[in-house]
Every structure is written in structure tokens, then in C-alpha cells.
Design a protein around this ligand. Structure first.
Ligand code: HEC
Length: 93
């Protein structure tokens, strides 16, 4: 069982590139999704909005804003923050 999983992952790595380069975002054509994929992939692979519940996203978001300050990444405007957080919560798990 374990071996089979490893084999599958190996095939995935070789075949597709296991780096999660391209997740499929909800409403991927919307400006919110585009802002999201632009801003939230600067430091790590883009997490899917379903990674967290609507209640969990605000504290995670706050932590990310702190990580941005630490790294001198320009802060979000109030509007960007509300678009991004709204997008995450609308599409949360
Ligand atoms: C300035 C760099 C930076 C940016 C920009 C950034 N993150 Fe992060 N993110 C991190 C770091 C560093 C971690 C590792 C955990 C930690 O140190 O807090 C992380 C971890 C995470 C995690 C992992 C926690 C988990 O649930 O597995 C999520 C989710 C996440 N970020 C979401 C986001 C979202 C959403 C955005 C856009 C609003 C974003 N990140 C933008 C630096 C960043």
C-alpha cells in the first residue's frame, strides 16, 4: 500500500511536476482569483481556498500580513485585503 503510494507520487513527480504549480482556483477568471494568485504565491505555492474554513482564514490572513511586513513586502490596501479575504471565505471549505 505504502509502496504503491510512493510509486504513484513518483509518477506524478516525473509526469506532472509535483510542485503544485497550477491548482485550479474557483472562479479562476475573476479579478479576485487573479489578485489572489498574484499576491499569495509570492512566498510559497498558492494554497487552495479550501485549505481553511471561513472562520479560520482571518487569523491565517493576519499572520500572512505579518510575514509580509517581516519581509518588507508591500502591505495590501484596505480594498485588496477585503477582496482577498472575501474571496477566501466565499470559497472556503
Ligand atoms: C511575505 C511572504 C508571504 C506571503 C506574501 C504570503 N505568505 Fe503565506 N506563508 C508564509 C510563510 C513564511 C508561511 C509558513 C508558516 C509561517 O511562518 O507562518 C506561510 C504559510 C501559509 C499557509 C500555511 C498554513 C497552512 O494552513 O498550511 C497558508 C494557508 C498561507 N500561507 C496562505 C497565504 C495567503 C492566503 C496569502 C495571501 C494573502 C499568503 N499566504 C501570502 C509567507 C507568506
Amino acid at each position: 500500500m505504502k509502496l504503491r503510494f510512493g510509486l504513484l507520487c513518483l509518477i506524478a513527480i516525473v509526469g506532472l511536476g509535483c510542485t503544485a504549480r497550477s491548482i485550479t482556483l474557483p472562479d479562476s477568471e475573476s479579478s479576485a482569483a487573479q489578485l489572489y494568485s498574484d499576491k499569495c504565491s509570492a512566498c510559497h505555492a498558492l494554497p487552495h481556498p479550501k485549505r481553511h474554513s471561513a472562520a479560520e482564514w482571518p487569523p491565517v490572513f493576519k499572520l500572512m500580513e505579518r510575514r509580509m511586513r517581516e519581509r518588507h513586502v508591500p502591505a495590501f490596501s484596505a480594498e485588496q485585503r477585503s477582496v482577498l479575504l472575501g474571496y477566501l471565505q466565499d470559497n472556503a471549505r
